[in-house]
Write a protein that binds this ligand. Structure first.
Ligand code: FAD
Length: 450
């Protein structure tokens, strides 16, 4: 008997478990910021996350440095992102250079090089030390829980978004898969912060499919970091040769394949770089884990035998969440380009910012679906622009503005696209954020773009 390629799924009645003003789908950095910002303005907010913790790639993906948040002169991302940093630091879960250490000098380079808090786009040596923060993944989860509970956000973990509910061209809610079966959550406004544009794509929004290398990030414990750093500075030629070999074994990495964390002797490794894999395809996601672990343990064998400081190291953990940097990208009201990012183009409807670049409100709005807004790494940008503007702080900046925009739309009883960007910026500033409405001296002002 021939087996069919497609089966017809039964369509069941689904119980409604939540009704709120704002529904945020995806509890990563952008989603957390969106939920907290909206709730602090008085809206009822539900936050849905598929995994058993908050933080997305920051915690589950073990992406352990918050960077891209200063243009050298000023800290450009503040708000909820900075609150997270300060709260984690108070718990000993975050380390960042004090203002007096943020400069370009050999002494500061030696002190901070292995924390990953340098200006990674600079071409002059030694790399300048800047405001950036190295943190502990469980510290992130703990502080996120505290902030979400304090704000009064209705949190639903273990809930996997399955399908958007769309009525007359507007999103009305979502359906999730859970251990209790399918559940429906309804809201007046939905914010898609899944990173993969799951909600907007399901709702019928236009998008493109991008791709970038994928990484199974991991941590090593029992590393003698003092010995390893000494070797690097005292024997630069031998170090460079071994470091090259280590990178060959792991198969692709940034310049520094290991960085210190707030836990003594525990280092995080933002590698391997694996190309040609699609972060949305089950076969490729599976392949990434198999291949990633193979390379990780090959590296461990190599460094134990060869690299000073790593003789007794062991794998603490491989990030539970696969390191997908880019997948679907919204094709919104405006698509940010690489030139926009590189030329520091400032838009009249700027509502968020990263290092020295700006995000227009239109890049968070789908063209054809109402009551839906997106924030985070899947925002409306070209592939090459997103690669330069996808770090955690700018995603949080976008999230905070999306949360504020949702509440302004509800309060004013207007469509999201009718909310005035200046009103969003004013509220974000009231929450301690910097939405980029005042361009820096080096910005390129685009008067005609509103
Ligand atoms: C390997 C790697 C290294 C990086 N290095 C750095 C770095 O050093 N510094 C830096 O600042 N940035 C770095 N980045 C970029 C940064 O981590 C991401 O761009 C950022 O975390 C994006 O935040 P987000 O909230 O948009 O998405 P995500 O962090 O991806 O969060 C999305 C959230 O949505 C949830 N979700 C997704 N789908 C569903 C669903 N169907 N149902 C329910 N929930 C869902 C996810 O579980 C997750 O919690 C790196 C990224 C990677 C992959």
């Amino acid at each position: 008997m021939a087996t069919p390629d497609i089966i017809q799924e039964r369509s069941d009645a689904v119980r409604v478990v939540s009704r709120s003003d704002v529904l945020v789908v995806g509890g990563g950095p952008a989603g957390q910021a969106a939920a907290i910002a909206a709730r602090r303005l008085g809206a009822s907010v539900t936050l849905v996350e598929r995994y058993p913790y908050l933080g997305g790639l920051a915690s589950g993906g073990m992406v352990l440095v918050l960077d891209d948040m200063t243009n050298g002169n000023e800290i450009t991302v503040t708000g909820i992102c900075m609150e997270m940093i300060e709260r984690m630091a108070r718990l000993g879960a975050c380390v960042y250079p004090p203002p007096e250490d943020r400069c370009q000098s050999e002494a500061m380079w030696r002190k901070w090089a292995r924390w990953g808090v340098h200006d990674f786009r600079s071409t002059s040596k030694p790399l300048p030390i800047v405001m950036a923060a190295a943190f502990d993944p469980d510290g992130w989860k703990r502080v996120s829980n505290d902030m979400i509970v304090e704000a009064g956000v209705g949190l639903r973990l273990h809930s996997w978004f399955a399908k958007a509910v769309v009525e007359d061209g507007a999103i009305a809610g979502i359906v999730c898969e859970t251990k209790e079966g399918r559940q429906a959550l309804l809201a007046n406004i939905v914010i898609d912060t899944t990173g993969d544009l799951d909600v907007a794509a399901s709702a019928g929004a236009k998008f493109t499919e991008g791709g970038y290398m994928i990484t199974t990030v991991f941590r090593l414990g029992n590393v003698d970091t003092d010995a390893a750093e000494r070797f690097r500075f005292e024997s630069p030629t031998e170090y460079a040769a071994l470091d090259r070999q280590a990178k060959r074994v792991i198969g692709g990495s940034w310049d520094m394949w290991w960085l210190k964390t707030p836990l003594p002797g525990v280092v995080w490794c933002n590698c391997p770089h694996m190309t040609g894999l699609d972060g949305l395809k089950v076969a490729d996601q599976t392949k990434a884990d198999i291949e990633g672990r193979r390379r990780i343990y090959a590296l461990v064998d190599f460094v134990r035998a060869q690299l000073p400081g790593f003789k007794n190291c062991y794998v603490v953990d491989v990030a539970p969440q696969l390191g997908v940097r880019q997948s679907r990208l919204l094709e919104g009201e405006y698509v940010v380009t690489k030139d926009d990012v590189n030329d520091r183009v400032w838009f009249p409807d700027t509502v968020a910012r990263g290092r020295d670049y700006y995000t227009p409100y239109r890049a968070m709005l789908p063209r054809n679906i109402e009551r839906l807004i997106v924030a985070g790494r899947h925002y409306s940008a070209t592939e090459s622009a997103q690669k330069l503007s996808r770090e955690i702080p700018p995603c949080m900046s976008m999230g905070q503005s999306a949360g504020v925009a949702a509440v302004l739309a509800l309060d004013g009883d207007v469509a999201l696209r009718k909310v005035h960007p200046k009103a969003i910026c004013s509220k974000v500033r009231g929450q301690g954020g910097d939405p980029g409405d005042v361009p820096s001296a080096n910005a390129k002002i685009l008067e005609a773009a509103a």
